[in-house]
Design a protein around this ligand. Structure first.
Ligand code: URA
Length: 219
């Protein structure tokens, strides 16, 4: 059986998230209030894995990181490194296009207080597995934060002890499979406290760009 890469709108897997989603459907019927699908083409070589939709951001707009504080830094950085074109205006109809890149979340439904539980992360993992499986050219994965990193290690079958999370760390895939690039999450908390500066974030994407473009060729 081919597993779907996107959960149903009424996915029942996580009772706590279903209850939260339903409560926001009642309060804000015009919001997404459903699993937020991945953004970008499956043909992309780069996959960026976030944590989960923000309540007033992706859970409202229906596009990962869109309308979330974290999206401001993420999308500008993607534009700067040629992984997106157009203008990011925090709306899903802003016309922004991803270029050779795709964005998804480890957990597709908004969790209370931005904190998914371990069982919720596990319950949502088959969708990450299926998302990666439908990307034939996948060569680089950016893990935004430790939870995305740990989820990816489980998904790829790599030992966390051999591949600990660290900002700026690059975990080479066996036999030429996709490499994982770690970054602190570009959350409001991390950027406001200086845990993650725009320069630190850009340095991760500079490595990704160099990895995908290959070593400079001699003239
Ligand atoms: N919005 C998302 O879609 N994902 C995150 O990880 C944070 C904000």
């Amino acid at each position: 059986m081919v597993r779907p890469a996107e959960p149903d709108r009424d996915c029942p897997r996580c009772p706590r998230l279903v209850e939260f989603r339903e409560s926001w459907r009642a309060k804000k019927p015009d919001w997404q209030n459903a699993p937020v699908p991945s953004f970008g083409e499956p043909s992309a070589r780069l996959l960026i894995v976030g944590l989960a939709p923000g309540l007033h951001g992706a859970n409202r707009t229906g596009r990962p990181f869109t309308g979330d504080y974290a999206g401001d830094l993420l999308y500008q950085t993607l534009i700067d490194f040629g992984f997106a074109r157009g203008t990011y205006a925090a709306r899903p109809d802003d016309g922004l296009e991803l270029v050779d890149a795709r964005i998804t979340n480890a957990v597709r439904c908004v969790p209370p207080e931005n904190k998914p539980t371990g069982p919720e992360i596990t319950a949502c993992r088959p969708f990450l597995v299926a998302t990666m499986a439908e990307m034939p050219n996948l060569a680089a994965i950016v893990a935004l934060g430790r939870i995305a990193h740990d989820t990816l290690m489980g998904t790829l079958g790599w030992k966390k002890s051999a591949h600990p999370f660290g900002h700026g760390a690059v975990h080479a895939g066996p036999n030429g499979s996709a490499a994982v690039f770690d970054s602190y999450h570009c959350s409001r908390y991390n950027t406001n406290t200086g845990v993650l500066t725009p320069a630190m974030f850009r340095a991760v994407f500079a490595k990704v760009r160099a990895h995908l473009d290959g070593p400079p060729r001699p003239r």
